[in-house]
Design a protein around this ligand. Sequence first.
Ligand code: ADP
Length: 347
Amino acid sequence: MPIVTLTNVSKTYPPTQKGGAEVTAVDDVSLEIERGDVFGIIGYSGAGKSTLVRLINALEPASAGTIEVDGTDITTLSEKQLRAVRSGIGMIFQQFNLFSAKTVRANIAYPLKLAGWSKADIDARVDELLAFVGLSDKARAYPEQLSGGQKQRVGIARALATRPAILLADEATSALDPQTTHEVLDLLKRVNVEQNVTIVIITHEMDVIQTIATKVAVMENGRVIEQGDVFEVFSAPQNPASQRFVATVVKGIPSPAESAALRERHDGRLVTFSFRDGDSSQAQVFVDLADAGLDFELVYGGINDIRGRAFGHLTLAIRGSDAAIDAALVKIGASVEVTEIEREGAR
Ligand code: ADP
């Protein structure tokens, strides 16, 4: 059974200005998050990601649809019942949201105090969490004495204190440099695997999803426009908007500017061949082109790895008669995805 199920969920806000239109922040979203997933939600700013998260942890009511968390439909609960649901969900934030006047130890202890734990239990749990996030030596430090990565590790320890089944991460690495981002992502992976916590990670950074997520949903204008296994969505995105996202992080897809530069430097037709593991071999493409008597040159490419599965894109400049090239592309296209870079009508 999924740990979170959204069915036709919408959230509208009243107009922010008198006479303005109401804002549909989340628009008819349905998705299932399985226990143990690292579920990524990706989309540009304003796509509705944060609103979706506030609906999942019941900080705001949905305008329509049902939201089940751990088998309970939270859209029908009283405020008191919602507090219990919220205590089963940890949350970390871009700006860490630590108490600056409290030590690291007191920050992590805070939710346990609220939950009424005894002092001895709190001390033992905080020690355990400090060790888990690698900050045992910083227990007495104040947040301002910590680096961004260390602050986020305190945030993670605090979010996990009451042993929630779900951790929501809202742009949790967006304020960190790339090296620190990867340290925090490694920690989140351990949270998922070692503590059996289902993670929902919201980000506009595709590489975060590529590194850590198992599933992904792409949001645009409040809607989920594509969702599925990360490898599937990254190696063969179906929706044009997700294709644009994916192209910004995937290796081997020339950007429009790079395509223009390739066109300047190379004669012939520019064609990108996309391979996924299990697909036919790249070598066969070269054999087919050579068999067709075509002249070709490798001009751009890259191979990506998502948790041990490879996919890649190779762009060739192919020279020969249009008819011969067309015939070869049809043959190759039966087993490999073929995309011709537009010729812009210049030739
Ligand atoms: P994201 O997290 O993807 O950047 P948000 O969920 O923050 O997107 O916002 C989605 C849309 O909903 C935006 O157009 C935003 O302006 C609007 N919105 C978010 N919260 C509110 C609110 N409390 N009142 C009115 N509009 C809101």
